[in-house]
Ligand binder design. Structure first.
Ligand code: IMP
Ligand code: MG
Length: 186
């Protein structure tokens, strides 16, 4: 587990907000409106990809007005560093059958695209009525496999970001805004 020398060391690694709480709140409203418009009263299943998308899920599910259920999948590809291991593991699957359901996947960030490409492949064969992906953040310059979300709320450059669910070494998920993780200057 990541250790910090002091609280000052911990705090010094957080840049000023790249995306503020207000900007996130507006984006959440946009996502919820898109969902309400597309499904127009039909029931949906919101699927949050853990752990990163748990905060996004909590805000989006409160903002949609269509009947909605929630479920979770847990994927892991980063092992306490800012570089992906290149190998995606699904460590927790959905608890329910999605055949015939309108499924909306909520993701924190699409980086190489490997996680979502794998999850889409897994879920498509379960015959959902429809399957869409909404991502809070998108880093298209890092893409290694062909994947595009149906809705990306913010496109960001190739910076490692933390906050609003996103971590570095499991910390910083509870920041209410998105910041860049700054390695200390030696
Ligand atoms: P992908 O499979 O490379 O697209 O990466 C997907 C996962 O890597 C995301 O769901 C995040 O959990 C994590 N990730 C990618 N970029 C960042 C980042 O800048 N900060 C924190 N986590 C990240
Ligand atoms: Mg994630």
């Amino acid at each position: 587990m990541k250790q910090f020398d002091s609280i000052e060391d911990f705090s010094s690694k957080i840049s000023k907000p790249l995306i503020t709480e207000q900007e996130i709140a507006q984006a959440v409203k946009r996502a919820a409106k898109a969902i309400d418009d597309i499904y127009d009263g039909s029931p949906i299943l919101l699927v949050s990809i853990l752990k990163g998308a748990f905060v996004f899920m909590s805000d989006v599910c409160k903002a949609v007005t269509v009947p909605c259920k929630v479920d979770f999948m847990c994927a892991k590809s980063y092992f306490e560093s800012t570089e992906s291991s290149g190998h995606v593991q699904i460590i927790m699957d959905l608890k329910q059958d999605i055949a015939g359901c309108h499924v909306v996947i909520l993701e924190d960030i699409v980086d190489t695209g490997r996680t979502l490409a794998l999850i889409m492949k897994m879920l498509k064969i379960r015959n959902p009525k429809s399957l869409r992906v909404i991502t809070l953040l998108d880093k298209p310059s890092r893409r290694l496999v062909d994947f595009q979300a149906d809705l990306s709320l913010f496109t960001i450059p190739d910076h490692f970001v933390i906050g609003y669910g996103l971590d570095y070494g499991e910390y910083y998920r509870n920041l209410p805004y998105i910041a860049e993780y700054k390695e200390s200057e030696k």
